[in-house]
Write a protein that binds this ligand. Structure first.
Ligand code: DCP
Ligand code: MG
Length: 462
Protein backbone atom coordinates (compact mmCIF):
# COMPACT_ATOMS: atom_id res chain seq x y z
CA UNK A 1 0.00 0.00 0.00
CA UNK A 2 1.53 3.29 -0.94
CA UNK A 3 1.22 5.72 1.87
CA UNK A 4 4.02 8.18 1.42
CA UNK A 5 2.06 10.40 -0.86
CA UNK A 6 4.32 13.28 0.01
CA UNK A 7 6.85 11.49 -2.17
CA UNK A 8 4.55 11.50 -5.14
CA UNK A 9 5.27 13.75 -8.06
CA UNK A 10 3.01 16.74 -7.69
CA UNK A 11 0.31 16.86 -10.28
CA UNK A 12 -2.05 19.67 -10.95
CA UNK A 13 -5.48 18.46 -9.98
CA UNK A 14 -6.87 21.95 -9.87
CA UNK A 15 -6.15 22.39 -13.52
CA UNK A 16 -7.44 18.96 -14.40
CA UNK A 17 -11.01 18.81 -13.17
CA UNK A 18 -11.70 15.58 -15.01
CA UNK A 19 -9.13 13.57 -13.14
CA UNK A 20 -5.47 12.85 -13.63
CA UNK A 21 -2.66 12.24 -11.22
CA UNK A 22 -3.36 13.24 -7.67
CA UNK A 23 -0.44 15.13 -6.36
CA UNK A 24 -0.14 17.29 -3.32
CA UNK A 25 -0.86 20.70 -4.59
CA UNK A 26 -3.91 22.83 -4.76
CA UNK A 27 -2.51 25.55 -6.91
CA UNK A 28 -0.13 25.77 -9.76
CA UNK A 29 1.64 22.46 -9.76
CA UNK A 30 4.26 23.23 -7.14
CA UNK A 31 4.40 21.27 -3.94
CA UNK A 32 2.31 23.15 -1.41
CA UNK A 33 2.88 21.02 1.65
CA UNK A 34 5.06 23.68 3.22
CA UNK A 35 2.57 26.44 2.42
CA UNK A 36 -0.03 25.41 4.93
CA UNK A 37 0.01 28.45 7.26
CA UNK A 38 -3.50 29.00 8.52
CA UNK A 39 -4.74 25.85 6.80
CA UNK A 40 -6.12 24.41 9.99
CA UNK A 41 -9.12 22.59 8.54
CA UNK A 42 -8.65 19.01 7.41
CA UNK A 43 -11.23 16.94 5.57
CA UNK A 44 -10.41 13.25 5.73
CA UNK A 45 -12.33 10.66 3.70
CA UNK A 46 -11.60 6.95 3.40
CA UNK A 47 -11.04 5.68 -0.13
CA UNK A 48 -13.66 3.21 -1.40
CA UNK A 49 -14.46 2.62 2.25
CA UNK A 50 -16.58 -0.55 2.36
CA UNK A 51 -14.60 -2.14 -0.47
CA UNK A 52 -11.25 -1.29 1.14
CA UNK A 53 -12.33 -2.84 4.42
CA UNK A 54 -13.25 -6.03 2.57
CA UNK A 55 -9.80 -6.11 0.97
CA UNK A 56 -8.10 -6.11 4.37
CA UNK A 57 -8.78 -9.83 4.71
CA UNK A 58 -8.53 -10.59 1.01
CA UNK A 59 -5.16 -9.26 -0.12
CA UNK A 60 -5.42 -11.43 -3.21
CA UNK A 61 -8.12 -9.08 -4.49
CA UNK A 62 -5.89 -6.00 -4.40
CA UNK A 63 -5.72 -4.41 -7.84
CA UNK A 64 -8.90 -6.14 -9.00
CA UNK A 65 -12.32 -4.60 -9.50
CA UNK A 66 -14.28 -5.21 -6.31
CA UNK A 67 -17.82 -4.12 -5.56
CA UNK A 68 -19.59 -4.17 -2.22
CA UNK A 69 -23.28 -4.32 -2.85
CA UNK A 70 -26.42 -6.29 -2.88
CA UNK A 71 -28.27 -6.57 0.39
CA UNK A 72 -31.78 -5.19 0.53
CA UNK A 73 -31.38 -2.41 -1.97
CA UNK A 74 -29.53 -4.34 -4.68
CA UNK A 75 -27.25 -1.42 -5.47
CA UNK A 76 -23.53 -0.75 -5.45
CA UNK A 77 -22.54 0.64 -2.07
CA UNK A 78 -18.84 0.97 -2.72
CA UNK A 79 -16.52 0.11 -5.60
CA UNK A 80 -12.75 -0.02 -5.79
CA UNK A 81 -11.09 2.41 -8.14
CA UNK A 82 -10.33 -0.52 -10.46
CA UNK A 83 -14.09 -1.12 -10.80
CA UNK A 84 -14.77 2.58 -11.28
CA UNK A 85 -12.66 2.55 -14.41
CA UNK A 86 -15.45 0.49 -15.97
CA UNK A 87 -18.01 3.15 -15.07
CA UNK A 88 -19.21 1.48 -11.88
CA UNK A 89 -20.19 3.88 -9.10
CA UNK A 90 -22.11 3.83 -5.86
CA UNK A 91 -25.93 3.81 -5.94
CA UNK A 92 -25.86 2.09 -9.36
CA UNK A 93 -28.09 -1.02 -9.63
CA UNK A 94 -25.94 -4.07 -9.13
CA UNK A 95 -27.17 -5.69 -12.35
CA UNK A 96 -25.94 -2.75 -14.36
CA UNK A 97 -22.60 -2.79 -12.56
CA UNK A 98 -22.18 -6.49 -13.35
CA UNK A 99 -22.87 -5.83 -17.01
CA UNK A 100 -20.33 -2.99 -17.11
CA UNK A 101 -17.70 -5.02 -15.30
CA UNK A 102 -18.44 -8.76 -15.46
CA UNK A 103 -15.08 -9.65 -13.93
CA UNK A 104 -15.76 -7.66 -10.73
CA UNK A 105 -15.84 -9.58 -7.47
CA UNK A 106 -19.09 -8.72 -5.68
CA UNK A 107 -19.13 -8.93 -1.90
CA UNK A 108 -22.21 -8.50 0.31
CA UNK A 109 -21.92 -5.76 2.92
CA UNK A 110 -20.81 -6.41 6.50
CA UNK A 111 -22.07 -3.28 8.26
CA UNK A 112 -20.96 -4.12 11.82
CA UNK A 113 -17.45 -4.51 10.50
CA UNK A 114 -17.53 -1.10 8.79
CA UNK A 115 -18.83 0.48 12.00
CA UNK A 116 -15.92 -1.09 13.86
CA UNK A 117 -13.33 0.28 11.46
CA UNK A 118 -15.09 3.64 11.46
CA UNK A 119 -14.79 3.73 15.26
CA UNK A 120 -11.07 3.05 15.00
CA UNK A 121 -10.60 5.79 12.43
CA UNK A 122 -12.55 8.35 14.46
CA UNK A 123 -10.46 7.41 17.48
CA UNK A 124 -7.32 8.29 15.52
CA UNK A 125 -8.84 11.65 14.61
CA UNK A 126 -9.80 12.36 18.22
CA UNK A 127 -6.34 11.51 19.47
CA UNK A 128 -5.12 14.40 17.29
CA UNK A 129 -7.79 16.97 18.19
CA UNK A 130 -11.08 17.03 20.08
CA UNK A 131 -12.50 19.19 17.26
CA UNK A 132 -13.72 16.36 15.04
CA UNK A 133 -16.96 16.71 13.09
CA UNK A 134 -17.88 13.36 11.55
CA UNK A 135 -19.98 13.59 8.39
CA UNK A 136 -20.62 9.89 8.09
CA UNK A 137 -18.93 6.60 8.79
CA UNK A 138 -15.88 7.35 6.70
CA UNK A 139 -15.31 11.09 6.69
CA UNK A 140 -14.83 13.98 9.07
CA UNK A 141 -13.68 17.56 9.35
CA UNK A 142 -10.91 18.23 11.83
CA UNK A 143 -9.79 21.58 13.17
CA UNK A 144 -6.11 21.04 13.95
CA UNK A 145 -5.35 24.64 14.97
CA UNK A 146 -4.76 23.59 18.56
CA UNK A 147 -2.69 20.53 17.66
CA UNK A 148 -0.06 22.39 15.65
CA UNK A 149 2.15 23.17 18.64
CA UNK A 150 2.29 19.59 19.79
CA UNK A 151 2.30 17.70 16.50
CA UNK A 152 3.56 19.99 13.75
CA UNK A 153 2.19 21.84 10.76
CA UNK A 154 -1.21 20.92 9.34
CA UNK A 155 0.31 19.06 6.38
CA UNK A 156 2.47 17.06 8.78
CA UNK A 157 -0.58 16.24 10.89
CA UNK A 158 -2.48 15.23 7.77
CA UNK A 159 0.29 12.86 6.77
CA UNK A 160 0.47 11.50 10.32
CA UNK A 161 -3.24 10.71 10.15
CA UNK A 162 -2.84 9.03 6.75
CA UNK A 163 0.00 6.91 8.05
CA UNK A 164 -1.87 5.91 11.16
CA UNK A 165 -5.05 4.98 9.29
CA UNK A 166 -2.95 2.85 6.94
CA UNK A 167 -0.96 1.24 9.76
CA UNK A 168 -3.80 0.60 12.16
CA UNK A 169 -6.74 -0.07 9.87
CA UNK A 170 -4.95 -1.18 6.67
CA UNK A 171 -6.99 1.12 4.46
CA UNK A 172 -6.13 4.36 2.70
CA UNK A 173 -7.70 7.77 2.99
CA UNK A 174 -7.41 11.10 1.26
CA UNK A 175 -7.03 14.44 2.97
CA UNK A 176 -7.73 18.02 1.99
CA UNK A 177 -5.89 20.69 3.97
CA UNK A 178 -7.24 24.22 3.67
CA UNK A 179 -8.38 27.28 5.55
CA UNK A 180 -12.10 26.51 5.26
CA UNK A 181 -14.32 23.43 5.38
CA UNK A 182 -15.63 23.91 1.89
CA UNK A 183 -12.20 24.05 0.29
CA UNK A 184 -10.83 21.22 2.46
CA UNK A 185 -13.65 18.94 1.30
CA UNK A 186 -13.11 19.83 -2.33
CA UNK A 187 -9.41 19.20 -1.93
CA UNK A 188 -9.82 15.75 -0.38
CA UNK A 189 -12.14 14.77 -3.22
CA UNK A 190 -9.58 15.83 -5.76
CA UNK A 191 -6.77 14.07 -3.91
CA UNK A 192 -8.46 10.67 -4.25
CA UNK A 193 -7.46 7.95 -4.06
CA UNK A 194 -4.76 7.77 -1.41
CA UNK A 195 -3.62 11.35 -1.73
CA UNK A 196 -3.45 14.67 -0.03
CA UNK A 197 -3.83 18.20 -1.29
CA UNK A 198 -2.91 21.38 0.53
CA UNK A 199 -4.62 24.50 -0.72
CA UNK A 200 -2.59 27.44 0.59
CA UNK A 201 -4.70 30.30 1.85
CA UNK A 202 -3.45 32.68 -0.82
CA UNK A 203 -4.14 30.18 -3.59
CA UNK A 204 -7.68 29.38 -2.54
CA UNK A 205 -9.27 31.56 -5.18
CA UNK A 206 -7.05 30.23 -7.98
CA UNK A 207 -7.86 26.69 -6.88
CA UNK A 208 -11.58 27.36 -6.83
CA UNK A 209 -11.99 29.37 -9.98
CA UNK A 210 -10.87 26.62 -12.31
CA UNK A 211 -13.40 24.10 -10.98
CA UNK A 212 -16.76 23.42 -12.65
CA UNK A 213 -19.78 25.04 -10.98
CA UNK A 214 -20.95 21.62 -9.81
CA UNK A 215 -18.08 21.63 -7.31
CA UNK A 216 -19.73 24.43 -5.31
CA UNK A 217 -21.36 23.30 -2.11
CA UNK A 218 -25.10 23.02 -2.56
CA UNK A 219 -25.09 22.98 -6.35
CA UNK A 220 -27.18 20.04 -7.43
CA UNK A 221 -28.51 19.24 -10.86
CA UNK A 222 -31.22 21.91 -10.84
CA UNK A 223 -29.00 24.75 -9.71
CA UNK A 224 -26.38 23.66 -12.19
CA UNK A 225 -28.94 23.93 -14.98
CA UNK A 226 -29.82 27.49 -13.95
CA UNK A 227 -26.16 28.45 -13.83
CA UNK A 228 -25.52 26.85 -17.21
CA UNK A 229 -28.41 28.86 -18.66
CA UNK A 230 -26.71 32.00 -17.41
CA UNK A 231 -23.59 30.80 -19.23
CA UNK A 232 -21.74 30.10 -15.99
CA UNK A 233 -19.57 27.01 -16.27
CA UNK A 234 -16.76 27.46 -13.78
CA UNK A 235 -16.61 28.68 -10.22
CA UNK A 236 -14.65 31.63 -11.60
CA UNK A 237 -17.63 32.51 -13.82
CA UNK A 238 -19.86 32.55 -10.74
CA UNK A 239 -17.35 34.69 -8.84
CA UNK A 240 -17.34 37.30 -11.58
CA UNK A 241 -21.12 37.53 -11.76
CA UNK A 242 -22.71 40.18 -9.51
CA UNK A 243 -24.21 38.68 -6.37
CA UNK A 244 -27.52 40.42 -7.17
CA UNK A 245 -27.78 38.61 -10.50
CA UNK A 246 -27.24 35.29 -8.75
CA UNK A 247 -29.76 36.20 -6.09
CA UNK A 248 -32.35 37.05 -8.74
CA UNK A 249 -31.79 33.70 -10.44
CA UNK A 250 -31.53 31.49 -7.38
CA UNK A 251 -32.78 33.43 -4.37
CA UNK A 252 -30.67 33.83 -1.24
CA UNK A 253 -28.60 30.67 -1.95
CA UNK A 254 -27.34 32.48 -5.05
CA UNK A 255 -25.63 35.07 -2.87
CA UNK A 256 -24.14 32.28 -0.77
CA UNK A 257 -22.71 30.69 -3.90
CA UNK A 258 -21.07 34.00 -4.68
CA UNK A 259 -19.44 34.01 -1.23
CA UNK A 260 -18.26 30.42 -1.64
CA UNK A 261 -16.83 31.16 -5.06
CA UNK A 262 -14.49 33.66 -3.39
CA UNK A 263 -13.56 31.13 -0.73
CA UNK A 264 -15.65 32.73 2.04
CA UNK A 265 -16.95 30.00 4.31
CA UNK A 266 -17.09 31.03 7.95
CA UNK A 267 -18.53 27.74 9.24
CA UNK A 268 -16.46 26.35 12.12
CA UNK A 269 -15.74 22.68 12.69
CA UNK A 270 -18.40 21.64 15.20
CA UNK A 271 -17.47 18.58 17.24
CA UNK A 272 -20.04 15.94 17.99
CA UNK A 273 -22.36 16.64 20.88
CA UNK A 274 -21.02 15.69 24.25
CA UNK A 275 -22.10 12.16 25.01
CA UNK A 276 -23.90 11.10 28.14
CA UNK A 277 -21.33 8.43 28.90
CA UNK A 278 -18.12 7.00 27.55
CA UNK A 279 -17.29 3.34 27.93
CA UNK A 280 -15.34 0.39 26.66
CA UNK A 281 -15.76 -3.31 27.18
CA UNK A 282 -14.06 -6.50 26.13
CA UNK A 283 -15.17 -10.06 25.65
CA UNK A 284 -12.44 -12.49 26.64
CA UNK A 285 -11.54 -15.09 24.02
CA UNK A 286 -11.94 -17.68 26.80
CA UNK A 287 -13.79 -17.23 30.07
CA UNK A 288 -11.45 -15.96 32.77
CA UNK A 289 -11.46 -16.69 36.51
CA UNK A 290 -8.09 -15.22 37.48
CA UNK A 291 -8.62 -11.86 39.27
CA UNK A 292 -5.20 -10.65 38.12
CA UNK A 293 -6.18 -11.10 34.49
CA UNK A 294 -9.53 -9.44 35.08
CA UNK A 295 -8.00 -6.47 36.86
CA UNK A 296 -5.36 -6.00 34.22
CA UNK A 297 -8.13 -5.81 31.67
CA UNK A 298 -10.04 -3.37 33.87
CA UNK A 299 -6.91 -1.20 34.03
CA UNK A 300 -6.51 -1.26 30.28
CA UNK A 301 -10.16 -0.35 29.71
CA UNK A 302 -9.88 2.44 32.31
CA UNK A 303 -6.88 3.89 30.47
CA UNK A 304 -8.70 3.68 27.18
CA UNK A 305 -11.85 5.32 28.49
CA UNK A 306 -9.82 8.07 30.18
CA UNK A 307 -7.94 8.78 26.95
CA UNK A 308 -11.26 9.06 25.21
CA UNK A 309 -12.54 11.50 27.86
CA UNK A 310 -9.44 13.64 27.44
CA UNK A 311 -9.64 13.66 23.68
CA UNK A 312 -13.25 14.87 23.85
CA UNK A 313 -12.48 17.41 26.56
CA UNK A 314 -14.81 16.03 29.20
CA UNK A 315 -14.51 14.60 32.71
CA UNK A 316 -16.84 12.17 34.46
CA UNK A 317 -17.87 11.43 38.03
CA UNK A 318 -19.56 8.06 38.07
CA UNK A 319 -17.60 4.95 37.22
CA UNK A 320 -19.62 1.89 36.25
CA UNK A 321 -18.05 -1.57 36.23
CA UNK A 322 -19.83 -4.17 34.14
CA UNK A 323 -19.26 -7.88 34.54
CA UNK A 324 -20.78 -10.65 32.46
CA UNK A 325 -20.49 -14.19 33.78
CA UNK A 326 -19.95 -17.31 31.71
CA UNK A 327 -23.69 -17.97 31.80
CA UNK A 328 -24.33 -14.45 30.35
CA UNK A 329 -25.74 -13.05 33.60
CA UNK A 330 -24.65 -9.43 33.61
CA UNK A 331 -24.31 -7.06 36.56
CA UNK A 332 -23.10 -3.48 36.96
CA UNK A 333 -21.74 -1.62 40.00
CA UNK A 334 -21.31 2.16 40.13
CA UNK A 335 -19.17 4.39 42.31
CA UNK A 336 -19.36 8.15 42.31
CA UNK A 337 -16.09 10.01 42.83
CA UNK A 338 -15.62 13.12 44.93
CA UNK A 339 -14.23 14.96 41.93
CA UNK A 340 -14.89 14.37 38.24
CA UNK A 341 -11.86 12.98 36.45
CA UNK A 342 -10.34 12.09 33.11
CA UNK A 343 -7.49 10.12 34.65
CA UNK A 344 -7.29 6.39 34.02
CA UNK A 345 -5.91 5.65 37.48
CA UNK A 346 -8.94 7.25 39.11
CA UNK A 347 -11.29 5.19 36.98
CA UNK A 348 -9.31 2.06 37.69
CA UNK A 349 -9.30 2.66 41.45
CA UNK A 350 -13.07 3.03 41.47
CA UNK A 351 -13.66 0.04 39.18
CA UNK A 352 -11.22 -2.09 41.21
CA UNK A 353 -13.10 -1.30 44.42
CA UNK A 354 -16.37 -2.21 42.77
CA UNK A 355 -14.81 -5.46 41.60
CA UNK A 356 -13.50 -6.26 45.09
CA UNK A 357 -16.96 -5.44 46.47
CA UNK A 358 -18.47 -8.20 44.33
CA UNK A 359 -16.50 -10.79 46.34
CA UNK A 360 -16.21 -13.11 43.37
CA UNK A 361 -14.61 -16.38 44.28
CA UNK A 362 -12.97 -17.25 40.99
CA UNK A 363 -16.26 -16.98 39.15
CA UNK A 364 -15.76 -17.39 35.41
CA UNK A 365 -16.17 -14.12 33.53
CA UNK A 366 -16.96 -13.68 29.91
CA UNK A 367 -16.77 -9.90 29.63
CA UNK A 368 -15.75 -6.83 31.61
CA UNK A 369 -16.54 -3.21 30.89
CA UNK A 370 -15.80 0.21 32.32
CA UNK A 371 -18.06 3.18 31.69
CA UNK A 372 -18.05 6.74 32.97
CA UNK A 373 -21.21 8.76 33.41
CA UNK A 374 -22.00 12.21 34.78
CA UNK A 375 -19.87 13.96 32.17
CA UNK A 376 -19.05 17.63 32.26
CA UNK A 377 -16.79 20.06 30.51
CA UNK A 378 -13.14 19.41 31.44
CA UNK A 379 -12.03 23.04 31.31
CA UNK A 380 -14.54 24.16 33.89
CA UNK A 381 -13.78 21.25 36.12
CA UNK A 382 -10.00 21.68 35.93
CA UNK A 383 -10.35 25.30 36.93
CA UNK A 384 -12.30 24.08 39.93
CA UNK A 385 -9.59 21.54 40.72
CA UNK A 386 -6.93 24.23 40.51
CA UNK A 387 -8.85 26.20 43.12
CA UNK A 388 -8.95 23.13 45.31
CA UNK A 389 -5.20 22.71 44.77
CA UNK A 390 -5.44 19.01 44.35
CA UNK A 391 -2.26 18.07 42.50
CA UNK A 392 -2.56 15.14 40.18
CA UNK A 393 0.65 13.73 38.73
CA UNK A 394 -1.26 11.04 36.89
CA UNK A 395 -3.00 13.55 34.67
CA UNK A 396 0.30 14.93 33.39
CA UNK A 397 1.68 11.41 32.92
CA UNK A 398 -1.40 10.29 31.02
CA UNK A 399 -1.42 13.42 28.86
CA UNK A 400 2.15 12.59 27.86
CA UNK A 401 0.89 9.15 26.88
CA UNK A 402 -1.87 10.80 24.82
CA UNK A 403 0.72 12.80 22.92
CA UNK A 404 2.79 9.70 22.24
CA UNK A 405 -0.41 7.92 21.20
CA UNK A 406 -1.32 10.67 18.77
CA UNK A 407 2.11 10.42 17.20
CA UNK A 408 2.77 6.70 17.25
CA UNK A 409 -0.62 5.07 17.62
CA UNK A 410 -2.75 4.07 20.55
CA UNK A 411 -0.98 1.67 22.87
CA UNK A 412 2.48 3.06 22.02
CA UNK A 413 2.98 3.71 25.72
CA UNK A 414 1.08 1.91 28.41
CA UNK A 415 1.37 0.94 32.05
CA UNK A 416 3.99 -1.67 32.83
CA UNK A 417 1.33 -4.00 34.17
CA UNK A 418 -0.06 -4.19 30.67
CA UNK A 419 3.13 -5.14 28.89
CA UNK A 420 4.80 -7.61 31.20
CA UNK A 421 3.96 -10.85 32.90
CA UNK A 422 3.48 -14.37 31.68
CA UNK A 423 -0.19 -14.35 32.52
CA UNK A 424 -1.23 -11.73 30.01
CA UNK A 425 -4.91 -11.71 29.42
CA UNK A 426 -6.04 -14.51 27.21
CA UNK A 427 -2.82 -15.34 25.44
CA UNK A 428 -2.32 -14.39 21.84
CA UNK A 429 -5.35 -16.03 20.35
CA UNK A 430 -7.15 -12.83 19.54
CA UNK A 431 -8.78 -14.52 16.59
CA UNK A 432 -10.23 -17.18 18.85
CA UNK A 433 -12.71 -14.60 20.00
CA UNK A 434 -16.38 -15.04 20.43
CA UNK A 435 -18.69 -15.85 17.59
CA UNK A 436 -19.71 -13.48 14.87
CA UNK A 437 -17.14 -11.58 12.88
CA UNK A 438 -14.26 -12.80 15.04
CA UNK A 439 -11.89 -13.44 12.20
CA UNK A 440 -12.32 -10.11 10.52
CA UNK A 441 -12.36 -8.07 13.69
CA UNK A 442 -9.24 -9.81 14.92
CA UNK A 443 -7.25 -8.71 11.93
CA UNK A 444 -8.30 -5.13 12.44
CA UNK A 445 -7.61 -5.19 16.13
CA UNK A 446 -4.84 -7.73 16.04
CA UNK A 447 -1.87 -5.58 15.20
CA UNK A 448 -2.49 -3.04 17.88
CA UNK A 449 -4.01 -5.33 20.40
CA UNK A 450 -2.28 -8.63 19.85
CA UNK A 451 -2.39 -10.79 22.89
CA UNK A 452 -5.47 -9.20 24.33
CA UNK A 453 -9.11 -10.11 24.19
CA UNK A 454 -10.53 -8.92 20.95
CA UNK A 455 -12.82 -5.92 21.13
CA UNK A 456 -16.42 -6.95 20.87
CA UNK A 457 -17.80 -3.59 19.89
CA UNK A 458 -14.92 -1.28 20.49
CA UNK A 459 -15.56 1.88 22.45
CA UNK A 460 -19.14 2.69 22.93
CA UNK A 461 -20.74 6.03 23.30
CA UNK A 462 -24.26 6.16 24.52
N1 DCP B 1 -22.33 4.27 0.88
C1 DCP B 1 -23.58 3.68 0.83
N2 DCP B 1 -24.50 4.07 -0.10
C2 DCP B 1 -24.18 5.03 -1.02
C3 DCP B 1 -22.92 5.65 -0.97
C4 DCP B 1 -22.01 5.23 -0.01
O1 DCP B 1 -23.86 2.79 1.64
N3 DCP B 1 -25.08 5.40 -1.93
C5 DCP B 1 -21.35 3.79 1.87
C6 DCP B 1 -20.34 2.92 1.18
C7 DCP B 1 -19.11 3.75 1.09
C8 DCP B 1 -19.25 4.65 2.28
O2 DCP B 1 -20.65 4.87 2.46
O3 DCP B 1 -17.94 2.94 1.13
C9 DCP B 1 -18.55 5.97 2.13
O4 DCP B 1 -19.09 6.70 1.06
P1 DCP B 1 -18.19 7.55 0.09
O5 DCP B 1 -19.09 8.42 -0.69
O6 DCP B 1 -17.09 8.20 0.87
O7 DCP B 1 -17.60 6.48 -0.94
P2 DCP B 1 -16.36 5.52 -0.81
O8 DCP B 1 -15.63 5.71 0.48
O9 DCP B 1 -16.80 4.13 -1.13
O10 DCP B 1 -15.44 6.01 -2.01
P3 DCP B 1 -14.57 7.35 -2.14
O11 DCP B 1 -14.75 8.14 -0.89
O12 DCP B 1 -13.16 6.88 -2.35
O13 DCP B 1 -15.10 8.05 -3.34
MG1 MG C 1 -15.06 7.61 1.17
Amino acid sequence: MSRRQLDRPAGDPAGDPAGGPRGGTGGDGRDDHDRDDGCTVLHVDMDAFFASVELVDRPELHGRPVIVGGGDRGVVLSATYEARRFGVHSAMPLGRARRLCPQAVVIPPDHPRYADVSGGVMEIFRSVTPLVEPLGLDEAFLDVGGAVRGLGRPAVIAQLIRDRVADEQRITCSVGVASTKFVAKLASGRAKPDGMIVVPRDRTVTFLHRLPVGALWGVGERTEEVLQRLGLRTVGDVAHTPADTLRRALGEPGAQLHDLSWGHDPRPVVPEQVEKSVGAEETFPRDVDDPRVVLREVLRLSERVAARLRSTGVVGRTVVLKVRFADFTTITRSRTLRQPTDVGRDLYDAARRSYAGLGLDRARLRLVGVRVEGLSDADRSHRQLALDERPHGWREAERAVDRAGARFGAGAVRPATLVTGPDRAAGSASSAGSAGSAGSAASVAGRREAGRPRPNRGERRE
